[in-house]
Design a protein around this ligand. Structure first.
Ligand SMILES: Cc1ncc(COP(=O)(O)O)c(C=O)c1O
Length: 410
């Protein structure tokens, strides 16, 4: 069954995607459909495009005071207030190029090699890379499988935190599970951080991408004690599909926290953000919501379709529908595939997925599928995966089985 949502103007065709020069569509040979890195196959919101065109048409590439529009800091504060009822202090905002730069900086500023850092695995792989490269120690607090969704395991965390555990990283909404942590779950984390004097890093980059019935609770709104030790890191790049423009920010929950950070990482070490990224981000936050609302309709339909397809055509694959994000986390352990699932689907289905092994110690049987694409491309991705599994079950000889569907042209 095809998705019920009609094709939207922002949905790019395969040809349009392949004409792009970004990472997603250029990593693999041209017969592979990429469904990995967290870019959506959608053109950006008009106001973003207009803001960039304005700047390009003026050739306005000097140092960027950005007078005329509101500042990045103000646009951020206004959006947080409007969307999440949070009033961050624009004075405590530090623009950066990207969230992972922010994470590295916090690790260096607030911990020493060998110190513990809490994360909930499976987790966005660059988090683990940041730990490895700064020689910090993972205090792993894996999400627990409740049977219908993953949940935070606060008791497990309480047992594991030791005197050298300095930082608690919370990814909410969570990548790759798509969980939107509830207030009680966040409180359990926040209260433990207060009790054990940990700095909190709250990565809330996916907060724009919530499905119906979900509410994003900003970590820094839980209590003054929690806020004062929380560094929120976020950007418009996931919700508005502009990750290549490299503009993000850190918000420090108290001036003291920021001063402690600056002792190790002076502002200038972080560099300044390029003006295109700033103008695009301000346009996204101020004027992009109607576009995002339409995108969420497409993503909701895709999310349903993945669940329905997996249940019907990929029996044995364990999948809980994400509560946010356009990422599906699929445990393929029961398929008993001849190689790792990511390798199998790449070789036999010509579909490029993220390898679960990169997300933590217990995820080798998983893949992450990005469904931020047109209904037609998603359908082809799923069909190819199911055909490869059927062929493998039928004792396939290892040669690739192509889908019986005609090439997509949407
Ligand atoms: C949870 C999470 N944090 C951070 C990032 C990356 O952000 P940046 O490109 O700004 O480093 C991503 C990208 O997908 C992500 O999913």
């Amino acid at each position: 069954m095809e998705s019920t949502t009609s094709v939207q103007p922002f949905e790019l065709s395969v040809e349009a995607c392949r004409a792009r020069r970004g990472t997603k569509w250029n990593k693999y040979p041209s017969d592979v459909l990429p469904a990995w890195v967290a870019d959506m196959d959608f053109s950006v919101a008009e106001p973003i495009q207009e803001a960039i065109e304005r700047l390009v048409n003026l050739g306005d590439y000097g140092y960027g005071a950005r007078l005329g529009e509101v500042s990045l800091e103000t646009a951020f504060a206004e959006r947080m207030e409007r969307r999440f009822g949070w009033s961050p202090d624009p004075e405590q905002v530090q623009p950066v190029s990207e969230l992972i730069q922010a994470l590295f900086s916090v690790l260096l500023a607030f911990s020493e090699p060998g110190d513990g850092v809490v994360m909930q695995t499976p987790i966005y792989p660059p988090f683990l890379v940041a730990l490895a490269q700064t020689e910090r120690r993972l205090v792993d607090n894996p999400l627990a499988d409740e049977g219908s969704r993953f949940v935070l395991d606060a008791a497990d965390l309480r047992r594991k935190v030791d005197d050298r555990t300095r930082i608690l990283v919370v990814c909410n909404p969570h990548n790759p599970s798509g969980r939107v942590l509830e207030r009680e779950e966040l409180l359990a984390l926040g209260e433990l951080a207060v009790e054990r004097d940990m700095v909190i890093v709250a990565d809330e980059i996916h907060a724009d991408l919530l499905y119906s019935g979900r509410r994003h609770v900003v970590m820094a709104t839980l209590s003054p004690e929690i806020a004062s030790r929380t560094i929120t890191i976020t950007s418009a790049t996931k919700g508005f599909n502009i990750p290549g423009l490299r503009c993000a920010l850190m918000h420090f929950g108290s001036p003291e926290l920021r001063e402690r950070f600056r002792r190790t990482i002076p502002d200038r070490l972080l560099g300044q953000v390029n003006v295109i990224g700033i103008d695009a981000t301000v346009a996204a936050w101020r004027h992009g919501q109607p576009w995002l609302d339409r995108v969420m309709t497409r993503l909701s339909a895709n999310r349903e379709r993945v669940a329905e397809f997996v249940a019907a055509e990929l029996p044995g694959v364990r999948h809980y529908q994400p509560e946010a994000t356009y990422l599906a986390w699929l445990d393929c352990g029961a398929l008993d595939l001849p190689s790792s699932p990511a390798e199998f689907f790449l070789e036999q289905a010509r579909v490029g997925l993220n390898d679960g092994a990169d997300f933590g110690p217990a995820s080798q049987s998983c893949v992450r599928l990005n469904f931020g694409t047109s209904g037609a491309i998603l359908e082809e991705v799923l069909e190819r995966m199911a055909a490869a599994v059927r062929a493998s079950r039928a004792g396939g000889n290892g040669t690739r089985q192509s889908s019986s569907r005609p090439p997509i042209r949407s």
